[in-house]
Write a protein that binds this ligand. Structure first.
Ligand code: ADP
Length: 606
């Protein structure tokens, strides 16, 4: 994906600042600071341990007995163990907070940005790619940042700390003693076995807690994906009804739930390493206390330091793999953020005429992916309060014409005016509030019949809902449900038939109080009788709106005030049904195919 020309350093800087806020940096530095303290504690313990053995022969406080000397040093070491645990836990808490605030910022930024995308922008990226950027990519970044703050920093510190510790232990004369001790005392073996089993048990218990939280995190992630998919796949509907804000709120709630559960899981997992270190430290201190051999604890410490360095290296390798995975993901997320949407709306409102007219002057349009125009030099004027039908075969350009009126795409040349004003001069809110569209592909949102109708008009009362659903011929179905308007609608209306979905979508369009109503092939899944009933309701035009009904079927548009016949991206003829039968051969042929020769002849002879 090519980044737009507006991508410059300034923009980059602004976006990066929004992702890595002062707050998230604070968490990062605190996490690194406490990890450093923990590493210092851990290394100090390993260095002090051999000293405890020396005290048995050379007490530091000569005026006190060897036992008291030992107790003092053991207490100091245990205190450092406790500090190490505390610093580890606090450091991990900050690292989890760093990662979570960073990726929540990033995900919110990307999601909000996509809300400003037009259909053409979404097509440019592709719907599934946007979904993956919001989910998989941002999760990769989240795991990598958490790993970076929690494990990588500490591994780095422990690696070098381990190196220093080993040098401190190996340099003294004790090296000469190593050869004297070949076999450690038997009880040390028992301690090692006990520690191993004890650690396994601790990890098992922590995993049990973590499993629940990870499971919940997955469930929350799925829920979040559902909102994202519903929103992106239903962009036309979201834009038609200007639902960006309500969808953003829905998203924020699910995102917050995911943050909570993943933070909880993160906290649980973050307790594992400090707990392990704590138990290892305590066991070492006790083992050294009771051991009689100075060299045993020295070897012990050296081996532990070596193990520590190897583990730190392994962790760093794992971290590097994670970061490598996250970098392309981060780039993909930034591509969305740097992208300049193709359709820009002005921020100041234009003054609209009071007449509800639509005008298209010399409009031509070519889809970005196409080499030929889908609309050619279209001139059209729709008068206020007119109910206009558009007819033509698939691919004639009906939906394209509607997409241009609703500014899903911008014209390649020419002008589209509503209420006498070029639609490019209208703010997003102005344009969306003027027009209520029923798109060709119906998208319903999970919730209830009522909640779906409220997308059309959040203030609609029961009377308005009954009227709209009666006009759309779906009221009888709603009335037959036990829960009436609270009847559940599954995601994308999966529990309704195609016809029910279309009728509910028609009702949702009718209920929106806009001066212009547009139906884009909205009755394709309906039988002839239902279609005729709905169309005759629309023809009554009780609210004196300007209505456009586009269809491939004569049945849907035959009684409209004006019929526009389209073929191959051009307007072939304009007129009333009876007039077109006589004057437009193309329309006559469609009528014969759909109505039958006899009925057409009868109508012409009337
Ligand atoms: P109708 O609504 O009359 O069936 P359309 O307006 O959907 O016709 O299509 C008109 C022409 O534009 C067709 O050739 C179609 O292939 C093309 N077209 C429609 N939508 C797109 C799109 N998103 N990208 C590229 N071409 C498109």
């Amino acid at each position: 994906m090519q980044l737009s020309s507006v991508q410059n350093n300034n923009l980059r800087h602004k976006i990066i600042k929004k992702i890595f806020t002062k707050k998230s940096w604070k968490f990062f530095f605190l996490s690194s600071f406490f990890s450093l303290l923990q590493a210092i504690c851990y290394i100090s313990i390993l260095i002090i341990l051999p000293l405890i053995q020396n005290i048995k022969s050379n007490p530091v406080f000569t005026n006190l007995s060897v036992e008291v000397n030992l107790v003092i040093f053991v207490i100091i070491t245990l205190f450092i163990c406790g500090l190490s645990l505390l610093f580890g836990l606090v450091g991990n808490k900050f690292s989890v907070q760093f990662s979570k605030t960073t990726f929540i910022n990033l995900r919110n930024l990307v999601y909000t940005k996509i809300q400003d995308f037009s259909i053409v922008d979404i097509e440019k990226f592709s719907q599934s790619s946007l979904i993956n950027r919001l989910t998989i990519d941002i999760n990769n970044i989240a795991s990598a940042t958490e790993f970076l703050a929690r494990v990588m920093m500490r591994s780095l510190l422990l690696y070098f700390g381990g190196l220093v510790g080993m040098l401190v232990l190996l340099i003294p004369s004790s090296i000469s003693n190593i050869n004297n001790v070949m076999i450690p005392e038997y009880w040390i073996i028992i301690v090692i076995v006990l520690i191993s089993f004890g650690l396994l048990f601790i990890i098992f218990i922590i995993s049990l807690f973590a499993f629940k939280s990870f499971h919940q995190t997955q469930v929350n992630l799925d829920n979040l994906n559902a909102v994202i998919q519903e929103d992106i796949l239903g962009q036309r509907t979201v834009k038609s009804f200007n639902l960006q804000t309500s969808q953003e709120k829905k998203f924020e709630v699910k995102n917050e739930l995911l943050r909570k559960s993943s933070t909880k899981a993160g906290y649980i997992i973050a307790t594992v390493l400090p707990t392990i270190y704590f138990f290892l430290d305590v066991s070492l201190v006790l083992a050294t206390w009771f051991s009689n051999s100075a060299i045993v604890s020295e070897l012990f410490s050296i081996f532990l330091l070596m193990g520590l360095m190897i583990m730190a290296l392994v962790m760093m390798i794992v971290g590097i793999v994670q970061i490598n995975r996250a970098i392309p993901s981060f780039k993909r997320a930034l591509e969305v953020l740097y992208y300049e949407p193709l359709i820009q709306f002005p921020t100041t409102s234009a003054k609209l005429n009071s007449t509800n007219s639509i005008e298209l002057c010399n409009v031509s349009f070519r889809y970005p992916s196409k080499t030929v125009n889908s609309l050619n030099n279209v001139n059209l004027s729709i008068n206020p309060k007119e109910v206009v039908g558009i007819i033509g075969p698939t691919g004639a350009g009906k939906s394209t014409l509607i997409n241009l009126i609703t500014r899903m795409y911008d014209v390649s040349s020419g002008v589209v005016k509503i209420k006498g004003v070029d639609i490019k001069q209208l703010t997003k809110h102005q344009l969306k509030s003027q027009i209520s569209v029923c798109p060709q592909n119906v998208i319903l949102f999970s919730g209830t019949i009522k909640s779906n109708l409220k997308f059309g008009n959040p203030n609609a009362n029961l009377k308005a809902m009954i009227e709209a659903t009666q006009m759309a011929n779906i009221y009888d179905f709603i009335n037959a449900q036990n829960d009436y308007f609270d009847h559940k609608v599954a995601q994308r209306g999966a529990n309704l038939s195609g016809g029910q979905k279309q009728r509910l979508a028609i009702a949702r369009t009718i209920i929106k109080p806009s001066p212009f109503l547009i139906f884009d092939d909205s009755t394709s899944a309906l039988d002839m009788i239902t279609e005729r009933k709905i169309c005759s309701e629309l023809l009554k035009n009780k609210l004196q709106q300007t209505i456009i009904i586009s269809s491939q079927k004569i049945n849907a548009i035959r009684n409209t005030n004006k019929i526009i016949v389209m073929d191959n991206g051009e307007i072939v003829a304009v007129g009333k049904h009876a007039e077109l039968l006589r004057t437009c051969k193309y329309y006559y042929d469609i009528a014969v195919v759909q109505m039958g020769q006899k009925e057409v002849d009868d109508e012409m002879n009337k």
